[in-house]
Write a protein that binds this ligand. Structure first.
Ligand code: ZN
Length: 323
């Protein structure tokens, strides 16, 4: 077969420069965080807030999506000062005079709420007022967001970025081994559930034999681990994309794992079982399966979404991994 290519390598290169790859964007962000971190504000604090802001912009219609390297955005009033007569003020001196937070990070004489460097520098400056401990960071976040759940989500992201020393944690795998075990699943989003009244089935059931290993699908922090009357022995993991991953009906837990632990894609959580639908220890009321749920936190509420399309994608990805 003849393949005719009229595109010159130069053209391809120019095109690639216009559209940076995902890795290049990650690297650009990291460069900014590293440049503006200081001894009170490590890079992963800045990166976590920025990632959180990006996460909620992806799922919220009421807030503008910032189309730049950095997702953090300050309101004009907050930036320029509430009493500032000039809403779009970019003069560092008058902004300061009117009690605004906006600062000139890159030294071009302008404090612009649209400039990535000015934004990151302003955030560093805000956080550094609070002091060096993680408790100080928590209080700074609380004052800024006024929500315990938001603070928890950002602390989770910060912990993950620090632990893995990178902001690039997007890999996902299938929750049970794709080789050596039999399993089956299908998209049953919204089907009726049999016990505990009329509730919608919020998740995907992956049917597999008792004790088939169940692994984490993402990078994350263990948020919940224990008994729940519906889910039986279940684990909840919060990731760096504001997603909460719920693994239910387990036969056993990985005994080395506890709440607060960091996991990565493939970390053993436990084994497939049929626990739940009753008091602690109840088992065998239905065939063994993993109930897998995904919930998205948008900064205000958390809602279930269909994990089936993600599972299909992760299964494909996991199958092409070696070993
Ligand atoms: Zn289920």
């Amino acid at each position: 077969m003849m393949i005719c290519s009229s595109i010159s390598p130069d053209f391809v290169r120019a095109n690639q420069e216009q559209q940076p790859s995902r890795e290049e964007i990650m690297q650009q962000r990291m460069t900014l965080y590293m440049k503006y971190q200081d001894y009170l504000v490590p890079w992963h604090y800045l990166a976590a807030i920025d990632q959180y802001e990006r996460n909620i912009q992806d799922v919220r219609k009421d807030i503008p999506k910032r189309d730049s390297t950095v997702a953090i955005q300050f309101s004009r009033e907050y930036w320029a000062g509430a009493t500032n007569p000039i809403l779009d003020d970019t003069s560092p001196f008058s902004i300061k005079y009117f009690g605004g937070v906006g600062l000139d990070g890159n030294g071009d004489g302008v404090a612009s709420p649209d400039d990535d460097e000015d934004i990151i520098f302003t955030m560093t400056s805000y956080l550094s007022q609070y002091g060096p401990s993680e408790e100080d960071f928590k209080i700074a976040l609380w004052d800024y967001y006024q929500s315990e759940k938001v603070v928890n989500q950002i602390l989770t992201i910060s912990k993950l970025f620090k632990h893995f020393n990178t902001n690039d944690l997007d890999t996902h795998v299938f929750p049970v081994p794709v080789r050596g075990y039999n399993y089956s699943y299908r998209g049953t989003w919204g089907a009726n559930r049999g016990w505990g009244g009329r509730r919608i089935h919020e998740g995907t059931d992956v049917f597999a034999g008792y004790s088939t290993p169940v692994v984490s699908t993402s990078y994350g922090v263990v948020e919940i681990m224990g008994w729940n009357e519906f889910g039986g022995w279940r684990v909840g993991i919060r990731d760096n994309h504001n997603t909460y991953h719920y693994f239910a009906h387990l036969a056993y837990f990985n005994k080395d794992l506890k709440v607060g632990d960091v996991v990565e894609p493939g970390t053993l959580l436990g084994g497939v079982g049929s626990t739940g639908y009753g008091k602690e220890g109840t088992s065998g009321k239905f065939p063994p399966h993993l109930h897998y749920g995904m919930y998205k936190f948008n900064g205000r509420t958390e809602w279930a979404f269909d994990p089936y399309p993600s599972l299909v994608q992760w299964e494909k990805y996991t199958r092409q991994l070696k070993k």
